[in-house]
Write a new protein. Sequence first.
Length: 396
Amino acid sequence: MKKFLFLALSLLVWSNVMAQSEWTQLEMEVKAEAGDVEAQSKYGLWFLQQGKSEEGVYWLKKAAEKGNSEAQYNLGVHYYNNKLYNQALPWWRKAATQNNTDAQRQLGLHYLNNNNYEEAFPWLEKAAKTGDASAQCGLGNYYSFYKKDKEQAAYWYTQSAEQNNAQAQNFLGILCMESGKNEEGVEWFQKAAQAGYPKAQFNLGLHYEKNNNWEQAVLWYKKAAEKGDAKAQCSLGTYYLNHKNFELALFWSEKAAEQGNAIAQRNLGIYYDSTRKDLAQAESWFKKAAEQGDAVAQNLLGIVYMKKHQNEEGVYWFKKSAEQGYVHGEFNLGLHYYNNKNYTEAVPWFKKAAEQGNVSAMEKLSACYRYGRGVEKDIKQAEVWADKAKQTSNNP
């Protein structure tokens, strides 16, 4: 399960920021030194905002240890932003048990991001019921991805989306699309996309692409891509590659590939292999995608190795691809065995590819039955597969 990343892990927002305080620095100092818990909490936060962590933690701890929930929450934020999660969570829990909504939300989202759904649920529910939009969205994810309860998920997404939470609007759009409510789904995507949420911009682009409205698709892909969305960058790269605009294709594909997008890496491999005839670059990009489990890239990498007469590596990648059910990987693995007269190994792979409609595999399988290669000679089966190959060729 992927992480939902509701937490801005590097920059969680402190609550009760000093810009909203009427106290001067001197007043805070005097009151804090005199033991005023609220002043200690504010003074600690003021120090953190000045980048003085040691002093900030000192005063926040003073207040937190006396039970001030704002200080407990803000101390947790400081530790969390510094990746000291084991120190952050106990302080959030202390604040959350005092009904601090911020702490309840962040605890719940932390556990949700780490797939600890049973711990996430009670905290998300508490915060969501106070009207916290991020918690409501998180609770929607809990029901959607863990409980598989789309009705409850839609309810909580809607509560959050109506407060203009862009993430919830995007998730609600996805739910609508999955249930065939395309018009409603597009409306939610548009709300989130117009608010600048890149995932919704990508989803809106994808909707327009599926409906062959390329002008709108490219428009929204570009908006998302410029915000760093790897899927949108990849889609733009693919669009420009198909339209022979290699400069823009490379620009966007490389941006997506550098973020680890396997399809973009594969596309770069195809570009270098077929257009630039640069086998070394093609191999490098195919390998990056193949190592992420991309079956198409695994097959293409196998072909590269076969071209280089590195048959052992080629077979390794054909097999990886074929074992994922990729039809061309199945056929190429079968063809390797066939060409090396290992017909017994070839036939099962030809069969798998033929059953997926691969004409070349049908023809090879027909030949195997006709001449008894790897199977008992069976003219009837040979003719069956030969006929299927002809029919498939005539009705692609």
